[in-house]
Write a protein that binds this ligand. Structure first.
Ligand SMILES: [Mg+2]
Length: 347
C-alpha cells in the first residue's frame, strides 16, 4: 500500500560505546547517527536509522555529498519527503533510513512484521547471532552464554600478533566453535595472500573483506583454503552482481544500513543465496532502531524454514543509553515478539 507522508523528522544521536571499538579503520569511542521518523498523514510514525561509518556506504565522499554533512543539513523537520530527499541527495544511509521507516509503516498498516512484508511465508521466529570478541576470556565467556559463532577483528596490528591472539582464542573455545575473522580490507596483494594462508592455521569459518580489491579476494578464494566473505564491497544490488560475476566471495555480509533500501538489501541477499553464496546479515553498530531493521532482514531470510546464518546484531552500547529497547540474546539467539511494523519506536 502507498503511504501518504505528512512530514519527515531527523534527529542526531551520539551513543558512547562501552569500550572503544578498534578496527583496521581506526579507534571509535562512540556511535553517531541520525534517527529518521516518517510521519504519515494519519499521524503514525515509522522509523529508520542513518548511520554513516568509515569505509562503508557513502563514507569517504566529501563536500555536500559527505553523508554527515547531508544529514546535518536535514536535521529538524522536513515539510515532506521531497524536501528530505532534496537535502540528503545521494546519501545512501539517509535513503536506507527513509526506506526502513516507510516500509515499517506499510507493514504495520498490513498487520505484518517488517520481516514478512516481502516474503511468501513468515520469517524465522529465532535468529542466531554471533558475538564479537577480542580475547580468550571474552570468547570463553560468550561460549558459556550459548554462542556457537564468534567474530574476531584482525588487521589492526601485525599478522604475528593477530595469530597469537587467535591461537589463544581457539585454544580457549575448542575446535567446534565457528571463528569468523574480519580484516576490514586491511591487506593488499601478496600481503593478503600471506596473511590469509597463515590465518588458515586456526581454522576460521571465513575471513571478511581481507582486501579492498575484488580481484585479490577472487584470487584468495582460489589460492587459499579459507572461505572469503565480502562486506564493505557490498552496498547495492550492482555491487553484489559485480562480486558474483568475478567470483570474489563465498559469503556475502549484507548490512541493510548501507543499501539504498531495505528491499534492495533483501533482494541482494536472495540473489546471493541463489548463486550458492552464504548470506550473513549484520548491523553497522548503530542504534537499536537500525539494528531492528537488520534483525527483520535476517529473520526474513529464514522464511519457509530456510537456514539462517548467525547474524551480527549487537553493538557495544549500554542498553540504557540506546535510543530504543533491543531484545536480549538468549542462548546465542534473538527471539523477539514479532509485532506489526518495526516493532519499536525511539524512547
Ligand atoms: Mg565486516
Amino acid at each position: 500500500m502507498s503511504i501518504a507522508i505528512r512530514r519527515v523528522h531527523v534527529r542526531r544521536y551520539h551513543l558512547p560505546f562501552r569500550a572503544p571499538v578498534e578496527t583496521s579503520a581506526g579507534r571509535f569511542a562512540a556511535r553517531v547517527g541520525w534517527l529518521v521518523g516518517v510521519e504519515s498523514a494519519d499521524g503514525r510514525f515509522g522509523w529508520g536509522d542513518a548511520a554513516p561509518w568509515p569505509g562503508f556506504g557513502s563514507a569517504g565522499t566529501v563536500g555536500p555529498c559527505d553523508p554527515a554533512v547531508a544529514l546535518a543539513a536535514a536535521e529538524g523537520v522536513c515539510d515532506d519527503a521531497d524536501a528530505y530527499h532534496a537535502l540528503v541527495g545521494d546519501c545512501v544511509e539517509a535513503q536506507s533510513a527513509f526506506s526502513q521507516a516507510v516500509l515499517s509503516l506499510a507493514a504495520e498498516a498490513d498487520g505484518l512484521p517488517l520481516r514478512d512484508l516481502a516474503a511468501e511465508a513468515p520469517g524465522a521466529e529465532r535468529v542466531p547471532v554471533h558475538a564479537l570478541v577480542n580475547s580468550p576470556e571474552a570468547a570463553r565467556s560468550a561460549v558459556s552464554r550459548g554462542y556457537s559463532t564468534l567474530k574476531v577483528k584482525v588487521g589492526a596490528t601485525s599478522v604475528d600478533a593477530d595469530l597469537l591472539r587467535l591461537d589463544a582464542i581457539r585454544r580457549a573455545v575448542g575446535p567446534d566453535v565457528a571463528l569468523r575473522l574480519d580484516a576490514n580490507g586491511a591487506y593488499s596483494g601478496g600481503a593478503a595472500l600471506e596473511a590469509v594462508r597463515r590465518f588458515a592455521e586456526i581454522g576460521p569459518a571465513f575471513i571478511e573483506q581481507p582486501s579492498r580489491d575484488l580481484a585479490t579476494c577472487a584470487r584468495l578464494r582460489v589460492e587459499t583454503t579459507v572461505r572469503i566473505a565480502l562486506d564493505e564491497a557490498l552496498s547495492s544490488g550492482r555491487d553484489v552482481h559485480a562480486a558474483l560475476l568475478c567470483e570474489a566471495m563465498d559469503v556475502a555480509v549484507i548490512k541493510p544500513a548501507f543499501f539504498a533500501s531495505w528491499t534492495e538489501a533483501c533482494a541482494a541477499a536472495l540473489q546471493c543465496r541463489r548463486a550458492g553464496v552464504e548470506v550473513v546479515v549484520t548491523c553497522a553498530l548503530e542504534s537499536a532502531i537500525g539494528r531492528w531493521g537488520a534483525l527483520h532482514l535476517a529473520a526474513a531470510l529464514g522464511a519457509g524454514g530456510a537456514p539462517v546464518s548467525a547474524a551480527g546484531l549487537s553493538a557495544p552500547i549500554e542498553p540504557h543509553d540506546d535510543v530504543a529497547p533491543f531484545p536480549e540474546v538468549d542462548g546465542g539467539h534473538l527471539s523477539p515478539a514479532w509485532v506489526p511494523g518495526l516493532g519499536v519506536s525511539p524512547c
